[in-house]
Design a protein around this ligand. Sequence first.
Ligand code: NDP
Length: 443
Amino acid sequence: MLVDEIMAQVSQRDPNQPEFHQAVQEVVESIVPVLERHPEYRSQKIIQRIIEPERAIQFRVPWSDDDGNIHVNRGFRVEFNSALGPYKGGLRFHPSVNLSIIKFLGFEQIFKNSLTGTPIGGGKGGSDFDPKGKSDAEVMRFCQSFMGELWRHIGPDTDVPAGDIGVGGREIGYLFGMYKKNANAFQGILTGKGLDWGGSLVRTEATGYGCTYFVNEMLKTKGDSFEGKNVLVSGSGNVAIYTIQKVHQLGGKCIACSDSQGFVHDPEGLDLDLIQQIKEVERGRISEYAAKRPSAEFSPNWRDIWTVKCDIAMPSATQNEIDANSAQTLVDNGCMAVGEGANMPSTPEAAEIFVNSGVLYGPAKAANAGGVATSALEMSQNSQRLSWTFEETDARLHQIMINIHASCQKAAADYGSPGNLIHGANIAGFLKVANSMMAHGLI
Ligand code: NDP
């Protein structure tokens, strides 16, 4: 009843935001038992308040290409919720970016950030700019124009963006430079910075490593581990690459990965050095991997990666990349665990299939929280003007992922759905935010 009421309101207000509706529906469904136990959240209209961003900024981003042609892209920053700390969440540069996608990501980010146990609120931003195929100089001019507006809205105690799809170390560098020039201040206003100028060790690896640590915790509940397991990892960007690295370190074998033009299957185990050379150094296509590696085959439909038989699936590309058909195929092929590196990679129908089939299912806002958790560690180091070692930072990340898994398990059990980490993550994430909003009064 409450779910219907809320969804009717969301659909009526923002009829053209399907991704945002999907994210809200999942959270609201999970927290029904919380609202039954805490009528004060209902009377204070916490749900109605939490689904409305505190602030949403949309702006023009004009830039000129190397031939002098002028382009106009659209920039966004949604500052969703600051109950727990400064807004925190990445910037996505991808042609598909629109307000619905940024709002879904920002909404998820509120609960994810809460789960990390670090003092950060939720936000997200980006642009429909496509960095693919652009020269470094074009990317720089775009980033400068984007930050030419964004800089007045962010700050180390206000809003601290980071990377996401299409925004890696190169883009963070150009964005940081423009902020520094405009604000005349060298401040920790972005995370994912270069190591020479305020970045943290392990931030690059954090989302992939964290997701792998999380899946390892799920496997432990069955007395199992990555040892000898065949793993599918979709995508071949930041999250995918460091997932593959950590899975291999823990004794698993990654046998397939992808990009938006297809996937490669390499039964002998992916050669990570070759993937990094193609994707990180040459900024090439994953099809080039198969051309250089005799044991690998390339297929042009990226969705078909889920037809490869595996023990564990770690979707690390984009939203809704696993639909009901793919989920059923994974289950039928004996997949025992799914850890979501990407944000909302499973459709609601796919997630239901995993849960109902007894697959160990680590939802994104818990499983991929290691990236933002390490961003929070980068903010701590910036505030202290200190740099921790790789080992120290990795140990903190590992412990955070163990804690997130434990708090999701506990919340799921406390509220009547033991083992269901979708409910566990939403409830554990929600409680801290709701209590803080209550404490801050009606603002
Ligand atoms: P990257 O840009 O580094 O890599 C994205 C990868 O996914 C690329 O291989 C890309 O292929 C593929 N991809 C993107 N869109 C599509 C699409 N529509 N269809 C098929 N493949 C696609 O991004 P990240 O690795 O940083 O991000 C991947 C996912 O992880 C996203 O959902 C992001 O929100 C999430 N995430 C990232 C975090 C981080 O720290 N970076 C933190 C938490 C979550 P191609 O190159 O062909 O576009």
